[in-house]
Design a protein around this ligand. Structure first.
Ligand code: HSE
Length: 305
C-alpha cells in the first residue's frame, strides 16, 4: 500500500477538571488527509483549504510530526500529504492535534504499523509543540485512541483509556482569536493546596463517574476553580452560555482546551440539540460569528476512509 486517506477528529481537552491531562474525541468535525509514499526522502505538503497554513514541512504541524516519524523509523523515502482542514485552526477543538495525529497515523499504516499508539502520540507531540509551544498531549491522545483519555504523564508518556457511557457534546466556536500561548500565560503559576485538593478530588470523581456511568456524580465533578476563573474573561458571554446550557439539560461543561470554543456534555443527542439551541440564543445578539456542533463522544481516533 502506497497511499492512504484518513479522517482525523476534533477533540476537547481539559474537560473542566483535567487541565492538560483529560480529553475526548468527537465524531466531527474532522480533517481529511491523504498521505502517499514518495521515493525522494522529503516531505511535500499541499493544503486544499482556505486557512493559509504554511506548507513548509518545518513550519507545518503535520510536516514536523512526519519528520519525527521518518527519523524514528530510519526510512530512506518520504511522504506527500494532502490536507483538507475542516477544523478551523485556533478553534480550541484540537485543530493542530488533528493535523499531527492524522499525518503520523496515516504514515504508520503505510509502514505496516511499526509504531504503537503511545509512540504515535509521542511523534505527534513534536508537531503539536510548534503550534502551542508546550509539551502536552491532552488533545493528541484522544485523537489517536478515541474516547476519553487521561495523560497520566507526558514525559515519559503514560496514557490511560477511560471507559465511558454514551454521551453527546455540544460545542460552540465563537470566531474570535484566543492564542493558546496567551491563554497559558494568564494562568496562575502557583495553586493553593486547598484548590489543588478540590481539583484532584473532582478529577478522580469524574473518572469514576465516567467508568460507572454515574451522571449525577459527573455533573458534580465538572468544576474547575483554577483554570476557568483565569480564562473565562477571554470568552464573551461565557457565564451565560454555561447557565443557559445547564438550564437546557446539559450535564456540565466549560472551556474546550484553551478556548475560544465552549463545550457541554449531555446524556442524549436530543438534549445536546436543546443545548445547541440555547447556545445559539445566547450568541445570536452578540454580533460575533459562531459555529455550533453536536457530536457523539466518539470511540474512534484517526480512521482510515
Ligand atoms: N491543555 C491545553 C491548554 C490545551 O488548556 O492550554 C490547549 O492546547
Amino acid at each position: 500500500m502506497d497511499q492512504i486517506t484518513v479522517q482525523s477528529p476534533a477533540t476537547v481537552s481539559n474537560v473542566v477538571c483535567g487541565f492538560d491531562c483529560l480529553g475526548f474525541a468527537l465524531d466531527g468535525p474532522f480533517d481529511e488527509m491523504t498521505v502517499r509514499k514518495i521515493p525522494e526522502p522529503v516531505i511535500r505538503i499541499t493544503h486544499r483549504d482556505d486557512y493559509g497554513l504554511p506548507t513548509d514541512p518545518k513550519l507545518n504541524v503535520a510536516g514536523v510530526a512526519l519528520q519525527a516519524l521518518i527519523d524514528a523509523a530510519e526510512i530512506d523515502f518520504g511522504f506527500e500529504v494532502e490536507i483538507v482542514k475542516h477544523i478551523k485552526p485556533g478553534s480550541g477543538i484540537g485543530s493542530s492535534s488533528a493535523s499531527a495525529c492524522g499525518a503520523v497515523v496515516a504514515a504508520n499504516r503505510l509502514l505496516e504499523h511499526r509504531f504503537s499508539n503511545v509512540e504515535l502520540v509521542e511523534l505527534a507531540m513534536a508537531g503539536e509543540m510548534i503550534a502551542s509551544g508546550s509539551r502536552h498531549a491532552d488533545n493528541l491522545a484522544p485523537c489517536i485512541y478515541g474516547g476519553f483519555t487521561l495523560v497520566r504523564s507526558s514525559g515519559p508518556l503514560d496514557i490511560v483509556e477511560i471507559a465511558f457511557p454514551e454521551l453527546f457534546a455540544t460545542v460552540i466556536h465563537p470566531q474570535i482569536e484566543v492564542k493558546t500561548s496567551e491563554a497559558r500565560a494568564i494562568l496562575p503559576k502557583d495553586v493553593p493546596l486547598r484548590e489543588a485538593v478540590r481539583n484532584w478530588s473532582n478529577l478522580g470523581a469524574f473518572v469514576a463517574a465516567l467508568s460507572t456511568g454515574d451522571l449525577d456524580l459527573l455533573a458534580r465533578s465538572m468544576v474547575d476553580t483554577i483554570v476557568e476563573p483565569a480564562r473565562r474573561a477571554l470568552i464573551p458571554r461565557f457565564d451565560e452560555l454555561k447557565s443557559a446550557s445547564l438550564a437546557a439539560g446539559a450535564i456540565g461543561g466549560g472551556i474546550s482546551g484553551s478556548g475560544p470554543s465552549v463545550f457541554m456534555l449531555s446524556e442524549s443527542r436530543e438534549i445536546a440539540e436543546f443545548v445547541q439551541e440555547a447556545m445559539n440564543i445566547v450568541y445570536a445578539p452578540t454580533g460575533i460569528d459562531f459555529n455550533t456542533y453536536v457530536s457523539r463522544i466518539s470511540p474512534h481516533g484517526v480512521r482510515t476512509v
